[in-house]
Design a protein around this ligand. Structure first.
Ligand code: NAI
Length: 341
């Protein structure tokens, strides 16, 4: 099978090549993102692989289907960028990597918390300028603080474990409370209770119609003054304009973001010579208490090894007509709206 790999990046090449060895899967690296314009590049490829910044909308999928594509294998867990219904109509099987390394993302989320709290990003720059003063660098003990985990799935559960190790009080909100978190002694609470009780809110839910702008003006107002918000899930779970207002008012104390609503136009490329046109993002970058990474939470050797193995495995399994049920992406994966918020 020829597998067109859109948004192919140098860092993942050795992992994909190793995974494909001896499988009969022939990789066709395509360094640009999938879009209706770039979709003809995959003509003749039975399989297509995409990442988070690719546009797998109906328009792109229609071109792929016309070119002979029947399998879309995602190199990620999130599937909000895929029109699942259109894929089904067009006869394209969609499979994802439901689990690769929940540790990679949970550890990055906690890394953002620690860096923001102890202002490591500012301290690094200060020391390089030989400014060894400490004013403005005060943090708080994580021990004893309440962390609210929104979405206690695989990544959320690992985040719970790490934070419990710090001596935090951890609470969670999820329409499907997990046995794993309950076994850890993490109580599941309503969204309003989580927002009102948490010193830190960490987002680990998928982006679905029910979670788009889950953190809106009302949710932000319901949070404690000085709250820290960390988002390593998907950008549109937060209403960024409302977040900026809450930061300007000083209601939100600090924000760590690995994802951004409009990241498709920005992330995964070097724009250092470019004038960024997205004024909302540029405003976000001006806050001293906002720390942004460009969707790198997954970027560990262990995660990339697992992503490559499952992606190539999904393509090979498609040929055998045996894609594992848990890897299939279909309408069942979209969670029902959460009760309340
Ligand atoms: P998962 O499917 O194991 O867990 C997601 C949890 O969110 C489930 O328990 C689900 O019931 C819950 N949920 C659904 N709707 C909710 C709502 N309205 N409120 C609260 N919880 C809700 O997924 P996993 O592997 O833990 O990943 C979570 C998300 O993290 C992915 O969907 C993806 O968007 C994001 N992600 C980000 C990465 C990065 O590099 N920044 C890498 C991998 C995943």
């Amino acid at each position: 099978m020829k597998l067109a790999v859109y948004s192919h990046r140098g860092y993942e090449a050795p992992f994909l090549e190793k995974a494909a060895q001896g499988t009969g899967i022939e990789l066709l690296p395509i360094p640009v993102a999938l879009s209706p314009l770039s979709a003809p590049l995959a003509r003749g490829c039975l399989g297509v692989s995409v990442f988070v910044g690719d546009d797998a909308s109906e328009a792109s999928l229609r071109v792929l289907a016309e070119g002979g594509t029947r399998a879309l294998v995602l190199r990620c867990a999130g599937f909000n960028h895929v029109d699942i219904a259109a894929a089904a109509r067009l006869g394209i099987t969609v499979a994802r990597v439901p689990a690769y390394s929940p540790h990679s993302v949970a550890e990055h989320a906690v890394g953002l918390m620690l860096a923001l709290n102890r202002k490591l990003h500012r301290a690094f720059n200060r020391v390089r300028e030989q400014d060894f003063s400490l004013d403005g660098l005060m943090g708080f003990d994580m021990h004893g603080k309440t962390v609210g985990i929104v979405g206690a799935g695989q990544i959320g559960e690992v985040a719970c474990r790490i934070l419990l190790g710090f001596g935090c009080r951890v609470i969670a909100h999820d329409p499907r409370p997990s046995e794993g978190c309950l076994a850890l002694g993490v109580p599941f609470v309503g969204m309003d209770e989580l927002l009102g009780d948490s010193d830190i809110v960490s987002l680990h839910c998928p982006l679905t119609p029910a979670t788009r702008h889950l953190i809106d003006r009302d949710a932000l107002a319901a949070m404690r003054k000085g709250v820290m918000i960390v988002n390593t899930s998907r950008g549109a779970v937060i209403d960024t304009r409302a977040l900026i207002d809450a930061l300007k008012q000083g209601h939100v104390g600090s924000v760590g973001l690995d994802v951004y609503e409009e990241e498709g136009d920005l992330f995964f490329r070097d724009l250092s010579e470019t004038v960024i046109q997205d004024d909302v993002f540029v405003r976000l970058m001006t806050f001293p208490n906002v720390l942004i990474t460009a969707h790198q939470a997954f970027l560990t050797r262990e995660a990339l090894t697992a992503i490559a193995a499952t992606t190539v495995g999904n393509a090979a399994a498609f040929l055998r007509g045996a894609v594992p049920e848990e890897n299939l992406v279909d309408a069942r994966l979209i969670a029902p709206p959460a009760a309340g918020r």
